[in-house]
Design a protein around this ligand. Structure first.
Ligand code: F6R
Length: 261
């Protein structure tokens, strides 16, 4: 696991975008795994800017989102389909038929199986973008999720429901179930990029990077992945113990990259 500590949330987005550009440049028909939530919004804005400056095309790529609520239609402003259209897909040249999000209104068990199968058919995910919940969830794999789980129905934990409450109007139906890629599904991505910003994520970041491998912090499963990069701002890095080492590795990696240019 490589840990990159950026000076600000804005810098996290810029560094994250570099990995997406690299993936799309090396393999224009790559398969990207995408996340919703507030963390990747700045990353998506950076990608949209690059697309507008004609430096980036998504024409040939395919995307799979991590998760979707069960019980709200795709046109609902809180659905993850709606989120992705508004924050990315409507602003880039992607073939909309190549943007996959679990079907939260179909028969959920079948939808989960179909999703797994479609990911496999398309050769697996090349680069998976992740955020992390305060409780250490990735996708909607809440604490106690099996570390080898596949795409399935999950009940949302109380802190997750609380965190997402702000997006729903008073009295509006807020889903408590979702379809999510499993941890095993996520770990099959060839490369993983986890972004986290702000002090509310400091404990989850500490647990995922330096804590024990444990279902209590589902994101700690990333310790078992061979190609994960964690990009965080200084606030999210506040509880880490080996900060000096992460900075040392980052400096040396940069020097090596410069020598190879
Ligand atoms: C969203 C997702 C979640 C979020 C996490 C952090 O698709 O999979 O795991 O990444 O809840 O959300 P934010 O970024 O809003 O703090």
């Amino acid at each position: 696991m490589q840990v990159v500590i950026a000076n600000s949330a804005a810098e996290v987005a810029i560094l994250g975008a570099k990995y997406c550009v690299e993936a799309l440049t090396k393999k224009p028909n790559c398969v990207l795994g995408l996340a919703t939530g507030s963390t990747p919004v700045a990353l998506y804005e950076t990608l949209i800017d690059l697309h507008r400056q004609q430096q980036l095309s998504f024409k040939q790529c395919t995307t799979f989102n991590l998760d979707e609520y069960i019980g709200i239609v795709s046109t609902h402003p809180q659905s993850y389909r709606y989120f992705m259209q508004a924050h990315l897909f409507d602003h880039i040249d992607i073939d909309q038929r190549q943007t996959y999000i679990p079907d939260g209104m179909g028969e959920p068990q079948q939808a989960a199986l179909d999703y797994e199968q479609r990911i496999k058919q398309l050769g697996g995910i090349d680069l998976q973008i992740l955020g992390v919940g305060r409780n250490g969830h990735i996708g909607f794999n809440e604490p106690s999720s099996s570390l080898v789980s596949r795409t399935r129905i999950k009940t949302l934990a109380a802190p997750t429901i609380e965190d997402n409450k702000r997006f729903f109007k008073d009295g509006e139906f807020q889903p408590t179930l979702a379809i999510t890629m499993g941890i095993g599904t996520i770990l099959e991505a060839k490369k993983i990029l986890l972004l986290a910003t702000g002090k509310s994520k400091a404990e989850a970041v500490k647990n995922l990077v330096e804590g024990p491998l444990s279902a209590s912090c589902p994101a700690s499963a990333l310790q078992m992945h061979q190609n994960t990069i964690v990009i965080i701002d200084t606030e999210a890095a506040a509880d880490l113990e080996h900060t000096a080492y992460y900075h040392q590795v980052a400096t040396e990696t940069e020097q090596l990259d410069n020598n190879n240019d």
